[in-house]
Design a protein around this ligand. Sequence first.
Ligand code: DGL
Length: 305
Amino acid sequence: MSLLDCGNGAGMRIGLFDSGVGGLSVLRRLSGLRAAEFVYLADTARCPYGDRAPEEIISFAGQVVGWLRSQAVHAIIMACNTSAATAGPIVRGCAGLPVHDLIEPAARYLSGLSKKVAVLATASTVRSRAFSQAVARHNPSARVVEIACPELVPLIERGELRTAASKDALWRYVKDLEGEQVGAVVLGCTHYPFLSELLAGLLPAPVELVDPAEHLWRSFWGEAGDCAAGAMIDHEPTVFDRTKFFVTGSTDSFAQVAALCLGCKPFLVEHVAVEELAVAKPVEPVVREAIVSDVVSSVVTALQP
Ligand code: DGL
């Protein structure tokens, strides 16, 4: 089934997940999707994912996707590039429903740029080289550098969107870009758009900031094909009013930081224990099997630092 409901507007249920508030930067782009409802899971008890071993990320992503399936979603968006970079192909092969992520839509766009591109991302995403390899598949001569920014997610999860600590950390990651003649900077972790104001102030004016979520949305728009544009535009309440939020950690702190990120009042968040994810069926056992298969073991070994 297509992610888009182009018919009479009868809704779909779409699941999104991230380790924390990052996926909200993806969710906010989706208000034009005429879905009945979204289910957002933030695995905050185990955030950040970005410094973890590939096996762990694969296992967590499998559990989360299994849990989202138990919520009867029709499609899943991996609103976590770390999961998509490390576990995307495995999860897609096991999920039994459409699984979308941000890397391919962004790569298609980046491959058409004539300028050098820097992807800011988590250590794990950088290690996977998922962005540069995806871009190279479209354009082998594209110039892409990937920069690990491990300090940023913990700062954002603390709600430090405009603090000196966040500005200093960002500066350490981008200060050399001008000398390297980078023309576009990609927010390669879904948390980072919440620092885009600070980042824009640190980059020289001609540098383009690219949010992959925008290109995911554009790819959905393209997927709609001959759907009347009117069917895509939802004039109903915001996407957040149509979303059920679940977190594995503290509901209060997620609600507060989410409100800061989105500039809205804190919304209702429910708790789901990590143990409940671990028993969710049926993706996780399949992923567990996949992890021990030869093919995946070799991928995992290749991804080791
Ligand atoms: N927001 C996620 C990403 O896009 C996860 C970050 C993390 O947990 O380290 O990579």
